[in-house]
Write a protein that binds this ligand. Sequence first.
Ligand code: G1P
Length: 297
Amino acid sequence: MRKKVTKAIFPVAGLGTRFLPATKAIPKEIMTLVDQPLIQYAIDEAREAGIKEFIFVTSRGKSALEDYFDNNPILEQTLRKSNKMDLLRTLRRTNMESGAIAYIRQHKALGLGHAVWCARHLIANEPFAVILPDDVIASEEACLKQMVDAYAETGGSMVAAMEVPQAKTSSYGVLDVKEDMGALVSVKGMVEKPKAEEAPSNLAVIGRYILSPSVLRTLNKKEEGAGGEIQLTDAIAKEIGGENGVYGYRFRGKRFDCGSKAGFLQATVAFAMEREDLRDELGEFLRDMMAAEQAAQ
Ligand code: G1P
């Protein structure tokens, strides 16, 4: 019987410099996508996938994240007194059960692989998920849930995968495909941020992973990779040819790169247009704006 995936690591130590000055005093993960902080989308996805323990790898200046997941009894009481039960329910979704959430500091920015390695003692010897909250995925079924189901069949290690334009491959981990089985591909190589002309394919790694604990043992060696950083991609690549192998999973859904301003704005519009309370007004505004732009041309 394969062990269930119940723990997820959320690397959130990055400085978010691309969003300065917004990120001068708040963590990037607290920035608002429609009316929820970015991190809430990652948490909701993890919950849907059956994750019970949430491990945040943080850095200096991220304490707003801890406050966000803490209970706020005074606010709850105020909402209850004024009978704002909908808001109370919304607020309660952000509460975490005691002991379900842990924060580990990454003291030096040595790369994604290093960030994941920082959580090693909380993972021990079981498969675990990694979610990069910058990658927001809109889908009917949570991306990580799709992967957990696929993983139940394959075991090994699995990364979310998506076709990107060849010219963009240098921004991603890229898969060298051994066998393409449709949603699932088996992998014979993985390269972190290759030169576009050297990329083995245009199938890119997106920030959802289910990893074998042996990846953590590889990360113990602290080998530097692309950009002089300890890369998660390199440690996963070491699993290839091992007992259980590495798989890419083409998820059903649309991914937004909320690490970039354009991606964040696109996600904001797309998620708002899914909302009944916002769709009409925003849709009308967007149509008017486009019409005015066309008329001006
Ligand atoms: C990270 C990973 C990369 C992956 C990407 C997905 O890169 O290192 O392999 O393709 O996330 O978003 P980053 O975007 O942090 O540079």
